[in-house]
Design a protein. Structure first.
Length: 259
């Protein structure tokens, strides 16, 4: 098998491993729009990276982390609903990114960033993804119980003296980092789908949060494999193919699960 296919498969499976459990928190906390907001902010990171001539992956990570921190600050200082703040941040960051791009002389293929191009993943991309996913998995494993407590029993977490605000911020930063790293896999506009569809499927077949997280990762891996096969043999875009594969799995699952 060609080296570029193996790199793409390795990168996709790594991303699926971490988007599974993190996607569960997005589903449990109803944070789907938060994922969209961070995905839009990735374009702002690309724009700054090109303007300042720095590594684009690093610039995207910084932009996503900055938006996550800004959201926390705005939630604490404004009386607006969270979805309203997310809407403002999502569209503002996207607009700022496009405006900044107009000041750069670099011609880039925005389609690969918007919709992903996993089959072009380089060794450097794989290194970034491996390091980021590995770090995120370690942090997630160490803080799993705390994250689960503030998600499912926030009142109990406050009674137990947990720093709910800091733990929630940690979760947002983890999601921001993973979305930034996953941009190469399914693209800015599609990453939220990969974080939502596998957990949505797993929810109906899981008896505990841990089983749901593991099953979501496995379903994500299956979607990546199916999408890459379709992309390789049918010459379709890899990012959308992965999301279509996940959507097909969801429809099959829904047909069997009538509850």
């Amino acid at each position: 098998m060609a080296d570029f296919v193996l790199r793409a498969l390795a990168a996709g499976l790594l991303v699926a491993l971490i988007t599974g459990p993190l996607g569960c928190f997005i589903v449990w906390r109803r944070m789907a729009y938060f994922g969209d907001t961070l995905a839009h902010s990735a374009l702002l990171g690309i724009s700054f990276g090109l303007l300042m001539d720095i590594n684009l992956q690093f610039a995207v990570i910084l932009a996503c982390l900055a938006i996550a921190l800004l959201l926390v600050q705005m939630e604490s200082r404004h009386h607006l609903a969270t979805d309203t703040i997310l809407g403002i941040l999502a569209h503002s960051s996207l607009a700022f990114g496009l405006v900044i791009l107009s000041f750069t002389d670099v011609n880039i293929d925005l389609m690969s960033y918007l919709f992903g191009d996993l089959l072009t993943a380089s060794n450097q991309d794989l290194l970034w993804i491996s390091a980021g996913v590995g770090a995120a998995l370690v942090v997630l494993a160490l803080t799993w119980n705390k994250l689960l407590t503030i998600t499912l029993h926030q009142e109990l977490a406050q009674v137990e003296g947990l720093a709910v605000g800091k733990i929630r911020l940690l979760l947002m930063l983890l999601i921001a980092t993973v979305i930034a790293l996953s941009m190469k896999v399914v693209g800015i506009l599609l990453i939220t789908s990969l974080m939502i569809i596998p957990p949505a499927i797993a929810r109906s077949y899981s008896s505990s949060p841990e089983k749901m997280a593991i099953l979501a990762s496995l379903i994500g891996c299956l979607a990546v494999c199916g999408g890459l096969l379709a992309s390789f043999y049918l010459d379709t875009p890899s990012g959308p193919s992965i999301v279509v594969s996940a959507a097909v799995l969801f429809m099959i699952s829904s047909s069997f699960n009538r509850n």
